[in-house]
Design a protein around this ligand. Structure first.
Ligand code: ATP
Length: 277
């Protein structure tokens, strides 16, 4: 088992690294069927992937295993060549940021939410906010960066909380960002901010997006389609759309028939109902 000190010394994870799920099996309780059943995939450095699949197919469990929220029944996850089962939880989680569907901010100052360890300069914090198109919002708050965040962050909308968590990810320089896309309540302005950060602001990390609306992952490098806990399909969005399979079915249900790379992505318009998959 690698000692964390040795990993720090080896500068794990290195600049160029891969993320490999090797035949991962997970069972929440002994009498339940496996939530992941031989899930295998190898991601290249900084790959941006969309995780799609029907409800219960195992998408959230994949993210949970990466964060070591549950034990594997069998299999391995190798990050930068190291089995994450042997990495200290704190050390591992410093490399990974998860933005859940309903992200929570903690009460206190906004700045502390963005930079909990207080290791960044104000200029760096503002740069991250700029990267997320949040400067105007934060400037408009009483106290600016020192603005008060209420318990759970309820004085910010779900969309604003998601984008603030993305700004936190930029400041942490996480190597892996897992985003569980909110299915509802994200207004068009914040939806656009999220899509812009995902496509432009996170060049240096792996991004795994659980997509509940397919249009948000049409620009990903690769789509990973889960079915009953295993990888049923994987490939660039356009090629998956061009072949029969689960992704094409889900896309057609969502009214998507092809990927036109030079056309703007269909964004959610004010008041428009979003087709969820
Ligand atoms: N805490 C839990 N205890 C028991 N079973 C669970 C638990 N969480 C998930 N499961 C089961 O594991 C399987 C995979 O669930 P998971 O939440 O990973 O799927 P998902 O693709 O993320 O679904 P959704 O799109 O509905 O969020 C499902 O059969 C689900 O019922």
């Amino acid at each position: 088992m690698p000692a964390d000190a040795a990993l720090v010394q080896a500068k794990w994870p290195q600049d160029e690294c891969s993320l490999v799920f090797e035949d991962v099996c997970v069972r929440y309780l002994p009498h339940l069927p496996r939530a992941l059943d031989g899930f295998s995939v190898s991601l290249k450095d900084r790959e941006k992937d969309g995780l799609v699949g029907r409800t219960g197919s195992g998408k959230s469990t994949v993210m949970g295993t990466l964060f070591r929220l549950m034990e594997l029944e069998s299999g391995r996850i190798l990050f930068g060549g190291v089995d994450i089962a042997g990495v200290g939880i704190g050390h591992l989680r410093r490399q990974i940021t998860i933005v859940p569907q309903d992200p929570i901010l903690f009460s206190g100052e906004l700045r502390k939410n963005l930079d909990p360890l207080g290791v960044r300069t104000d200029a760096e914090v503002w740069a991250a906010l700029k990267g997320c198109s949040l400067c105007v919002l934060v400037e408009s708050l009483e106290g600016g960066l020192s603005a008060k965040v209420a318990e759970g962050g309820i004085n910010f909308s779900v969309g604003e909380r998601s984008v603030l968590c993305l700004a936190r990810a930029l400041l942490r320089e996480s190597r892996v960002l897992c985003l569980d896309e909110a299915t509802a309540n994200v207004d068009p302005t914040n939806d656009k901010r999220i899509q812009e950060v995902l496509s432009q602001g996170l060049q240096d990390c792996f991004v795994l997006t659980i997509a509940h609306r397919l249009h948000t992952v049409l620009t990903c490098d690769r789509i990973l389609v889960l079915e009953r806990g295993y990888l049923a399909q994987s490939g660039p969005p356009a090629s998956l759309l061009a072949q029969p399979g689960i992704f094409k079915e889900l896309a057609n249900q969502a009214g998507i028939y092809n990927v036109i790379s030079d056309a703007p992505l269909p964004m959610q318009a004010e008041g428009e109902e979003v087709k969820s998959i």
